[in-house]
Design a protein around this ligand. Structure first.
Ligand SMILES: Cc1cc2nc3c(=O)[nH]c(=O)nc-3n(C[C@H](O)[C@H](O)[C@H](O)COP(=O)(O)OP(=O)(O)OC[C@H]3O[C@@H](n4cnc5c(N)ncnc54)[C@H](O)[C@@H]3O)c2cc1C
Length: 472
């Protein structure tokens, strides 16, 4: 491996890097993947929350914004965010894609043009709608409240197979890595196929920067403290919104790319718990089974998620100190939870802190506060209609679904990556992950990141993938 020049180096193994590696190797290219996190077999995933956060997430799940108003969660593991996420996989609607087309100037962002990319990705995944009978009491309360108040809801579509919640498995463990290889994360789907097709992987290797030459890209990294160098004719950054943006900045490319680091978005989560007199056991079984499906909520820029968290997560999110906090924790089994996930419109900025670390400037703006309030009003109505004794708001703002920083578009002044996924002015350097997003869609993003990877593979290979039988 030492001085070999690969056809492609892919940095990052998440929702963007995994599918891309699968299609590039299927086309016969030599591909090296570099990943900062470690590799786990399914049965090796940590079985307690704190250890999982520590071993599977950047900074133990504590990437704070500069004013500590947000905590951002992102995976640092072979498979990236797809190992620790909930694998809820939805296509984007016209509301999301039309906004992207307008911002980027790219017609490819339309429901019709994206359809065949979604088809291709979905054909490689096992997708299941959670059956109503598998929902737990937290889901039952949610549905009851929605129906009493006349709001639309729908079962969730999840990337999973043989999950066996009907046999007593609790899928909340999946957030620390699925122990049964049921969740359709990259290592059990696209990356498994890519490795069968010859993908080489180096884990525990953090990329610090790169240098772009006429014939090749040199990538500099550290593997367990040891400096490493890798060579590729082309390099694709798939290190996620924060990772890819930082690698470009640390490589000294910011002066040539005025939009780099701008337009950083997430979906801020406003967690609201309710205390009932009866046992709810919201952590049991399919801990997330239903979603809001109401055009009024979509138009108002929020959705309501029926979620829960393990005891460490609950202790972290719960307000208060001492006896007040203890009493809430004692009532863990009587708690239900709904959160408002807001479609973010106030852009943040990604940069360096001058000491080799990240600086993330991001705040909850007035539009997000107003959207959150609208959602919280509905949640209060639901809890009241279903007999909750007390409503508890978490003071912690979690930022999930990190997007932007290297927006795709035509105009170099407002974008970093061109319609062919190439960094403007650097023909051997590409980006393929959520950093491409021109704004926040308000919908779970990972299926769309995978669909974009299908489109990126076609651009890199220079022809439609369905014209290549080996990639079909
Ligand atoms: C708790 C949680 C639940 C979620 N639930 C859902 C859900 O249900 N549905 C959904 O669609 N989305 C969900 N998401 C979001 C989803 O997982 C992400 O949007 C998606 O994984 C992003 O894909 P990506 O390719 O941009 O980056 P990632 O999947 O984050 O992959 C980037 C990879 O690059 C690596 N990397 C970063 N920097 C470097 C570097 N310098 N050198 C080497 N490697 C590097 C990282 O370690 C990581 O493995 C959830 C996220 C979280 C945290």
């Amino acid at each position: 491996m030492a001085d070999r020049c690969y056809d492609y180096i892919i940095v990052g193994s998440g929702a963007g890097g995994g599918p891309l590696a699968r299609w590039l190797t299927a086309a016969g290219h030599s591909v090296l993947m570099l990943e900062a996190g470690s590799r786990f077999q399914s049965h090796e995933h940590p079985d307690n929350e704190l250890e999982a956060n520590n071993r599977l997430m950047w900074n133990g799940g504590m990437d704070a914004s500069r004013d500590a108003g947000f905590m951002f969660l992102r995976g640092k593991v072979f498979g990236g965010g797809t190992v620790i996420n909930q694998a809820l996989l939805d296509r984007f609607d016209a509301r999301a894609l039309d906004s992207w087309a307008e911002r980027s100037g790219l017609d490819e962002f339309s429901v019709d043009a994206m359809a065949r990319h979604y088809d291709a990705v979905e054909s490689e995944l096992t997708l299941e709608h959670i059956p109503r009978e598998n929902g737990n009491r937290n889901a039952e309360l949610y549905v009851d409240g929605f129906e009493k108040l006349g709001y639309g809801w729908a079962p969730l579509r999840r990337g999973q197979s043989h999950c066996r919640v009907d046999q007593g498995n609790d899928c909340i463990r999946c957030l620390g890595g699925c122990p049964r290889a049921s969740k359709q994360s990259m290592p059990v789907t696209f990356l498994a196929r890519a490795e069968q097709q010859g993908l080489e992987v180096v884990t525990d290797c953090q990329v610090d920067g790169l240098s772009h030459g006429r014939q090749q890209v040199t990538v500099f990294g550290r593997q367990q403290g040891r400096a490493r160098r890798f060579f590729g004719r082309r390099c694709v950054l798939a290190a996620g919104s924060l990772g890819s943006t930082r690698i470009l900045q640390a490589s000294g490319l910011a002066p040539e790319l005025p939009a780099l680091g701008k337009g950083f978005y997430c979906h801020p989560q406003f967690v609201t718990l309710a205390l009932y007199d009866r046992i709810i056991d919201a952590h049991k079984g399919s801990f997330q089974a239903v979603k809001s499906d109401d055009e009024r909520f979509r138009a108002a820029g929020f959705k309501l998620e029926n979620v829960f968290m393990g005891p460490s997560g609950a202790a972290y999110l719960m307000p208060g100190f001492g006896a007040k906090h203890r009493d809430l924790m004692r009532a863990y089994r009587n708690l239900a939870c709904i959160e408002v996930a807001v479609r973010d419109v106030t852009p943040g900025r990604i940069g360096g802190d001058g000491r080799g670390g990240l600086r993330i400037d991001k705040r909850v703006g007035a539009p997000e506060r107003q959207r959150a309030r609208a959602g919280l009003n509905v949640i209060h109505d639901i809890y009241r209609a279903t007999g909750a004794r007390k409503v508890v708001h978490s003071p912690v703002r979690i930022g999930l679904h990190l997007m932007g920083g290297c927006a795709q578009g035509r105009d170099r002044a407002t974008s970093v990556v061109n319609p062919d996924f190439q960094v403007h002015g650097l023909p051997n350097l590409y980006v393929m992950d959520a950093s491409l997003f021109p704004d926040a869609p308000g919908i779970n993003p990972s299926l769309s990141i995978m669909a974009l990877a299908h489109r990126a593979a076609e651009r890199l290979l220079g022809e439609p993938l369905d014209a290549r039988p080996e990639a079909a």
